[in-house]
Design a binder for this molecule. Structure first.
Ligand SMILES: *Cc1c(COP(=O)(O)O)cnc(C)c1O
Length: 239
């Protein structure tokens, strides 16, 4: 199966999930996640029409952005946890950042963005499964965090992001997504700027259809498009 075939298959399943949930497919955006994949693979996806790619490691995104500097319409979404010392890189290369979960990172990004005279679309990461190992804010901490974010003009808040618990038990996964849907509704009811909370970035290869049934507006899909991440033929940077 080519990447174009895989993309078409995922898009078809998104359309079907939207139909089942009585949602308009135009509300759901597919964000292909190209982490660990080589520039040749990314080029194939670009030729199949992909213009925005998700990467979870900042250095890898920067290296790939350099490879594709001649394609100005190719954009990068930083989707992984960020340390403040790499905020400068995200501010320089990313069109979107999906893992905002601290004021320190907000401050660091904001300062770097102001230096560059740029803005950045950001998603607040929520730990919807309450697992110790997961990044993100506890749902109950999000409303006050949202108020603090108002002072960072360069950060354009678009909504919430989460990684659901990793399990085959769809009841448990659905509970994570339901928490996100409820939190979004709370923010849209109570936040001073309810228009900031239109996006829900949730759902990956194993659970994007379920995420759509709970209101996902951006699904971040890697392996279902690019194949498994351990394939030595397209792993990058070469180990
Ligand atoms: C890798 C990754 C994805 C995609 O995962 P797949 O299982 O390959 O679809 C989505 N979101 C984040 C934050 C990731 O790191």
């Amino acid at each position: 199966m080519s990447i174009a075939d895989n993309l078409a298959g995922v898009r078809r399943r998104i359309d079907e999930a939207c139909a089942a949930a009585d949602r308009d497919p135009a509300e759901v955006r597919l964000l292909p996640v190209s982490k660990t994949k080589s520039p040749a693979v990314i080029r194939e996806a670009y030729d199949a029409g992909v213009r925005l790619f998700g990467e979870n490691k900042v250095q890898e995104a920067v290296a790939k952005a350099e490879v594709f500097a001649d394609l100005p319409d190719l954009r990068w979404a930083a989707i992984g946890h960020l340390q403040t010392n790499k905020a400068k890189l995200v501010a320089a290369v990313a069109a979107e950042f999906h893992a905002l979960d601290s004021l320190r990172v907000a401050e660091a990004l904001s300062r770097r963005l102001r230096d560059l005279d740029r803005t950045l679309d950001v998603f607040v990461q929520v730990n919807s499964s309450a697992e110790e190992s997961k990044f993100g804010l506890a749902p109950s901490d999000v409303p006050s965090f949202a108020r603090e974010l108002e002072r960072f003009d360069a950060l354009k808040v678009r909504g919430l992001m989460t990684l659901a618990v990793f399990t085959d038990d769809s009841d448990l996964v659905g509970r994570c997504f339901a928490r996100m849907r409820d939190l979004q509704a709370l923010l849209q009811d109570t936040d001073a700027h309810p228009e900031r909370w239109g996006e829900l970035s949730m759902g990956m290869s194993g659970d994007y259809e379920l995420a759509i049934s709970y209101g996902a507006t951006t699904v971040r899909v890697g392996q279902a498009i690019f194949g498994d991440r351990l394939n030595p033929n397209d792993y990058w940077p070469v180990r």
